[in-house]
Ligand binder design. Structure first.
Ligand SMILES: [Zn+2]
Length: 240
């Protein structure tokens, strides 16, 4: 009886999963995307689907990617993201990066976010390191729950105190993203990261370059927005 029920469940769940994932499984990136409106109130036409996995990065959640259709982006930003990861293979060798959410297939409202609507906003997970500076992937498998884990103002995890945000890597990645954006006719409009972490970011070599380039990182954010940007940084782009 139990086996029968289990079979029934899978008989129903597998087609539902396949139907939900069908747009991603069959998607082909071609032509150019069109971004309408703003990151707060916008749409995305002919969005590009980010790769689920590349040589030094992957998307953080199959649920978000395949079932919620959140892995799309503007075609130009797609190029920026890809080129920045290629550059990061040289500047951050051995680091496995993770993309968190970008934009829904047709843009518009995205679960858990006020922005991300027109294909020009994306969340990048902050890699974590142990006391020896080696990357640890303790939280990489938790998918959407990642947004809920907390780090203190120095970047240490509030439960596992030996796990720290890797500010060296984030700052190098931001420089690679900024370089790629300039090459492709975009500019970084702003970067959201928990304001208490900005000092740690600027203390790195690449962080000083972020400051020199005057890349806008707001030092005041509404409380709830500030709270959630401790495990990832959000970047908004605009056309030059
Ligand atoms: Zn975001």
């Amino acid at each position: 009886m139990k086996i029968f029920r289990k079979r029934n469940f899978f008989a129903l769940a597998i087609p539902v999963l396949l139907i939900s994932a069908y747009p991603e499984i069959t998607h082909v990136n071609k032509g150019e995307s069109e971004s309408i409106g703003s990151v707060r109130n916008g749409e995305l036409k002919n969005g590009y689907l980010l790769p689920y996995k590349g040589s030094n990065f992957s998307y953080f959640s199959p649920l978000s990617y395949y079932l919620m259709d959140n892995g799309y982006t503007h075609s130009t930003l797609y190029k920026v993201v890809s080129e920045a990861y290629q550059e990061s293979e040289k500047t951050c060798p051995g680091i496995d990066f993770k993309i968190m959410q970008s934009t829904d297939r047709n843009g518009g409202r995205l679960f858990f976010h006020r922005t991300h609507q027109n294909g020009y906003g994306i969340d990048f997970m902050i890699p974590t390191v142990n006391r020896r500076g080696e990357q640890i992937k303790a939280f990489d498998w938790i998918g959407m729950w990642h947004y809920l884990i907390n780090f203190d103002e120095y970047g240490y995890n509030e439960i596992f105190g030996s796990v720290r945000l890797d500010f060296e890597t984030i700052s190098k990645h931001i420089i690679a993203v900024d370089d790629a954006a300039r090459r492709n006719g975009l500019r970084i409009r702003k970067i959201l990261i928990k304001t208490q972490l900005i000092d740690e970011l600027y203390a790195t070599t690449a962080g000083r370059e972020i400051q020199r380039r005057r890349i806008f990182i707001p030092t005041r954010l509404p409380h709830i927005v500030n709270q959630v940007h401790d495990d990832h940084y959000h970047i908004d782009f605009e056309e030059r």
